[in-house]
Design a protein around this ligand. Structure first.
Ligand SMILES: Nc1ncnc2c1ncn2[C@@H]1O[C@H](COP(=O)(O)OP(=O)(O)OP(=O)(O)O)[C@@H](O)[C@H]1O
Ligand SMILES: [Mg+2]
Length: 265
């Protein structure tokens, strides 16, 4: 057995009386996609924030490559190769694409103290790395991030993670705001990252997207791990029912049919 890249041991996180996470343990290894499923408010983003150094766990611990770590900031997690694309924000609409790609890692020219941001090189690298991921319509590194589509923005963030040698790629709901074609594109990127040997944590409440790429699955309900299984061990229906809080979808459909007064329309 290989050592997991990232591991959570009995992690709990409370916010002023609200238990967002209770006793969650999970791990992800190189070349594996862990899908984190759960309904709104289940604690998925909170878990991602613990993994990426935004929040400290109230209880429990985090391990990277078998060593216990305490992240004081997202930078600490980034320095250990954990790249996170958060659910909201994270990009800067008025920043150029190249600037955003290199934020915090600017290539410089010249000798200290005369170094300056090398815009030309940065733009070339950014456009090239995006093209490697199939984004061919962004040909100018000076374009503003705010002018990119949702899928292009996701690609920019993923290209950045891969380029700077991340070991773990964490994506919080990357497909939820995207159309079918762009969501498919992001799923393809996840598979590419996996093939590069990255560990991927993919948060979604889309069971179809999860089943398309996941090796391992974890379902959170009210901050607790409700189920934990590997590819092929559950049917789509079982997962959907679990996420709906154990209420069989068939029952729900029958109830809705009753409300609308029609059996099937
Ligand atoms: N900073 C915070 N302060 C107080 N409560 C919070 C904070 N962050 C999250 N919570 C609460 O913790 C719970 C879990 O929230 P979280 O954002 O992790 O859910 P989620 O699974 O990501 O949901 P969604 O699918 O809607 O993104 C919610 O009840 C939320 O209100
Ligand atoms: Mg969330």
């Amino acid at each position: 057995m290989s050592v997991p890249l990232l591991k959570l041991n009995h992690v709990s996180k409370s916010f002023a009386g609200v238990d967002a996470l209770s006793d969650v343990s999970l791990e992800v290894s190189p070349g594996e996609v862990l899908c984190l499923l759960g309904d709104n408010g289940a604690g998925k983003s909170t878990l991602i924030k613990v993994l990426s150094g935004v929040h400290k766990p109230t209880r429990g611990s985090v391990e990277v490559e078998g060593r216990p770590v305490v992240f004081d900031s997202p930078k600490d997690a980034g320095d250990l190769g954990i790249a996170t694309v958060h659910q909201y924000g994270g990009t800067f609409p008025l920043m150029s694409v190249a600037r955003c790609f290199f934020v915090g890692k600017e290539p410089t020219r010249g000798v200290w103290p005369f170094q300056y941001f090398d815009k030309k090189t940065a733009a070339e690298i950014t456009v090239r790395e995006m093209q490697k991921l199939g984004i061919t319509r962004v040909t100018d590194g000076d374009r503003l991030v705010g002018s990119l589509s949702g899928g292009e923005r996701q690609s920019l963030a993923i290209a950045r993670a891969v380029y700077f040698g991340a070991k773990v790629l964490i994506l919080d709901e990357p497909t939820s705001a995207l159309g079918v074609k762009q969501a498919t594109h992001v799923l393809r990127l996840i598979m590419q990252a996996r093939a590069h040997g990255l560990a991927v944590v993919f948060v979604t409440h889309n069971v179809t997207h999860a089943m398309a790429v996941g090796d391992q699955f974890a379902v959170l309900i009210h901050g607790r791990m409700a189920d934990d299984f590997r590819k092929g061990e559950r049917t789509r229906e079982q997962i959907t029912d679990l996420m709906a809080g154990g209420e069989a979808m068939a029952d729900l459909e029958a109830e809705l049919a009753g409300l609308t007064g029609s059996g099937n329309s």
